[in-house]
Design a protein around this ligand. Structure first.
Ligand code: GDP
Length: 290
């Protein structure tokens, strides 16, 4: 799913011919810079990465090994936020309550299903999904189909208010000892006050452990900007980028964590339930470096 990015890294690394001089280092970093920009990594992130790799390599002695080590360390660094959770983490006392938020069409409802499937199949957890996206009524029906397909319980009622349905879901989770509650919330085509007010209300009632912002990776830097707005207005604890199987060049995944100051937690790459992967920086970097 990082094919473009991995290819450009391989290409850049392959072109490096070090003869222990700084001219070779300049050539290598220029190649790296070109490929990162081509993959749509934000220019500020590229600038920071290049200058850090250059500095570290010089400090430790110009050579291919030191260059690769500096690159690996810096990549891990820009994908990590000290002390922040990686992938999925559980609250100390169940249930772990997760609010799924995002704009319409980002893949929020599908991702709610994928996350439920991941938690059930890979983490062996008892998961409850709550359909609180009452803005787009088809989302409720979509969740009925998805949850019945993956055999996960659902709380849904087209006639209830979002906060009511959330309360019902939380009560059921307490009574029946669910491990995780995933709440699908309303989206809009664009950010507006009505949406933010509704989300703030739902957040107050749900008191979530996690707020995952779901964004379409194909929208590139727009995904970063909207994530920033949701962070400022509602508060988010993680980002899930979807549609990595499309034309996305992957660069947005590299810059987002640092740009928004919130870790990328999952990557979606397909319409099927298993098409979701935890974003664990060390693992991703190893894959990028080949
Ligand atoms: P919502 O409005 O944010 O709830 O969006 P949906 O979950 O309904 O998704 C919108 C469309 O994107 C649907 O056709 C999904 O099948 C599709 N979709 C969601 N995630 C992915 C993904 O990772 N890859 C691809 N190719 N399509 C996706």
């Amino acid at each position: 799913m990082f094919d473009t990015l991995t290819d450009s890294f391989k290409n850049a690394i392959g072109k490096i011919r070090f003869h222990d001089d700084e001219k070779a280092l300049k050539k290598a970093t220029a190649e790296l810079k070109k490929s990162l920009l081509k993959a749509d990594v934000h220019h500020k992130v590229v600038k920071d990465l290049i200058s850090s790799v250059e500095l570290e390599t010089k400090k430790n002695g110009v050579g291919k090994d030191n260059f690769l080590k500096a690159l690996q360390d810096k990549l891990t660094d820009i994908l990590t936020i000290e002390g922040a959770p990686k992938g999925f983490t559980f609250a100390s006392k169940p249930p772990t309550v997760v609010l799924m938020i995002g704009l319409q069409g980002s893949g929020k409802t599908t991702t709610t299903g994928k996350l439920a499937y991941f938690l059930k199949e890979q983490k062996k957890k008892k998961v409850l999904v709550v359909a609180a996206d009452l803005q787009r009524l088809a989302a409720v029906e979509q969740l009925r189909q998805i949850t019945s397909q993956i055999d996960v319980d659902l709380v849904a009622d087209e006639n209830a208010k979002p906060t009511e349905i959330v309360k019902r879901g939380l009560k059921k989770a307490e009574d029946e000892l669910y491990d995780v509650v995933l709440i699908d919330t309303a989206g809009r085509l664009a950010i507006d006050d009505e949406l933010m007010d509704e989300l703030a209300e739902v957040k107050k009632v749900a008191n979530p452990d996690e707020l995952f912002y779901v964004a379409d990776a194909m929208t590139g830097q727009d995904a970063v900007r909207t994530a920033q707005t949701f962070k400022d207005k509602i508060g988010i604890t993680g980002v899930i980028l979807t549609k990595f199987d499309g034309d996305s060049k992957g660069g947005v995944a590299l810059g987002l964590t640092q740009q928004v100051g919130v870790p990328l937690r999952f990557i979606g790459a397909g319409e099927k339930m298993p098409d979701l992967e935890q974003f664990i920086p060390d693992r991703i970097v190893s894959r990028l470096m080949g």
